[in-house]
Design a protein around this ligand. Structure first.
Ligand SMILES: *Cc1c(COP(=O)(O)O)cnc(C)c1O
Length: 477
């Protein structure tokens, strides 16, 4: 090979240096920066908008302009006091590896496009299967998030339950196929329904099973529902309710589904990480009895968006449901990994690098410590709020999720009061919390899942929440 031509100076370093400076300055500010403040949408559109440039601009200046113009619309989800949704953050090792993945411009589609991306996925996949205690040989796909992980898992399930009755769904589709019954808990995440809608399994055709006061699927209710179901069956359970953090009891659910001959899927978008923490592992006892699992890396593992994971026990069903070649032949036993065989996408970002990096940086005990610390901090904020007059804890804090309602002054609607407290907290900027409806009641939802959150963050946030609650009670809404 001829020696490659070299450019002097390399033309790309200036924008990269500006981006690195801007990113490091931003990250140095996240602990102090207001977490979320009202945004002037008109100003944001004006700063970022304008006509399509007729001529190109200097790349480094584009970076500087973007960083400045976007800043008022950047929510500090990377910081330690963002408690909305279940967001996580970006561990420095994961973020740095993600920068490299972009710089390398690797396509995690085929082995030949990036042997490094393929091997890093192989290594990280084996580490994750071990970390979660899943059956050896379980196959893993690196998806955009939990939604696509569940889509992938349920596509594998659809394949397997129809194959068992002699129907090839990949070749023949669902027209004329034996009906597939999907059973979900009443508290299943909406993205399970989204996956079913995309797979032609129908969100309206699901059979629902009652859940208890914490949102856990009730095994006896599942027994009753399955007694009236025959033919191909898929059951979706959950590890980590998005409001309460509660876990469906796996051993009895797995036993019923196994006896019925169905496929058991578990949505563990954030809750599955309890498996990696010795003091919390009991919540997911029996996890390994399922057939497929969904989790996110961009939540608890604190890798940048977007990053989800799908695990499937029946490797052949997984690959057949996803492969572009629709071949039944599994080539991974000693062969190279072609990452596209395990996810819906063909070309995609090499998101395995960030997962690999954070797993190396934390190690098994570091992951356990991260999950246990978030649980401890969630309990701490729950304790402070529950001890204050005017606040009422609505859930058992088993993991990182806390639900609180606020007692209104006489004559004020309780839900309106709780929503007013949430709005004040969001405008205050000390921390950010979201709202939800839990069992018909408005609630503040607090989720602790950032690697950098400390006791001091939780204490100052609890104080800000109580300040906002007092202001809402005395000043009105
Ligand atoms: C967040 C979440 C999802 C959806 O995950 P995405 O990564 O946003 O696709 C699904 N299920 C549960 C329980 C979740 O918490």
């Amino acid at each position: 090979m001829d020696r490659p031509l070299r450019h002097h100076p390399p033309p790309t370093t200036d924008p990269l240096r500006r981006a690195a400076e801007s990113a490091t300055a931003f990250l140095a500010s996240v602990a102090e920066r207001p977490v979320g403040l009202p945004v002037d949408l008109v100003a944001l559109r004006r700063a970022l908008g304008g006509p399509l440039p007729a001529h190109g601009e200097d790349a480094a200046d584009v970076v500087t302009h973007l960083a400045d113009a976007a800043d008022p619309g950047i929510v500090t989800t990377a910081g330690p006091r963002y408690f909305g949704f279940v967001i996580g953050g970006s561990h420095p090792a994961a973020l740095a590896a993600d920068w490299l993945a972009s710089a390398w411009d690797q396509n995690a589609c085929l082995y030949v496009m990036s042997p490094a991306a393929a091997v890093v996925e192989e290594v990280a996949a084996a580490w994750l299967v071990e970390l979660f205690g899943l059956p050896a040989g379980t196959s893993v796909g690196f998806t955009t998030g939990a939604t696509m992980a569940s889509f992938t898992a349920l596509a594998a399930a659809r394949h397997a339950v129809l194959r068992a009755v002699g129907w090839d769904v990949e070749e023949n589709g669902l027209s004329g196929a034996p009906p597939v019954t999907v059973v979900i808990g009443d508290e299943a995440h909406v993205t399970i329904l989204a996956a079913l809608q995309m797979l032609g399994l129908g969100r309206g055709r699901v059979r629902r099973v009652a859940a208890d006061a914490q949102g856990r699927l009730i095994p006896d209710a599942l027994v009753a529902v399955l007694a009236s179901v025959s033919g191909p069956t898929i059951v979706c359970a959950q590890a980590g309710n998005v409001n309460t953090g509660a876990f469906d009891p796996m051993p009895p659910i797995a036993a019923v589904v196994r006896a019925h001959g169905g496929w058991l899927h578990v949505d563990g978008a954030f809750g599955m990480w309890a498996a990696a923490a010795p003091s919390l592992r009991r919540h997911v006892d029996g996890l390994e009895l399922a057939d497929s699992w969904t989790t996110d890396a961009h939540k608890y593992l604190n890798v940048p968006y977007d990053s989800g994971l799908v695990f499937v026990r029946d490797t052949r069903a997984h690959r057949t449901a996803m492969t572009l070649g629709a071949s039944y032949y599994v080539e991974t036993g000693g062969g190279e990994r072609d990452p596209y065989n395990w996810v819906p996408e063909s070309s995609r970002r090499a998101r395995g690098f960030a997962i690999y990096a954070v797993l190396r940086a934390l190690g098994r005990d570091g992951v356990a410590e991260l999950v246990e610390r978030c649980t401890r901090l969630a309990r701490r904020i729950a304790e402070i709020l529950a001890a204050a007059p005017g606040a009422c804890l609505l859930n058992e804090v088993v993991l990182n999720q806390v639900l609180v309602a606020f007692t209104p002054p006489a004559g004020v609607d309780p839900d309106a009061h709780t929503r007013a407290v949430i709005a004040r907290v969001q405008a205050d900027g000390t921390c950010w919390v979201g709202g939800t409806t839990w069992q018909g009641r408005a609630a503040m939802r607090i989720s602790v899942s950032n690697w950098s959150t400390t006791d001091a963050d939780v204490e100052s946030s609890a104080a800000a929440i109580l300040r906002c609650a007092a202001a809402a009670a005395t000043l009105g809404h």
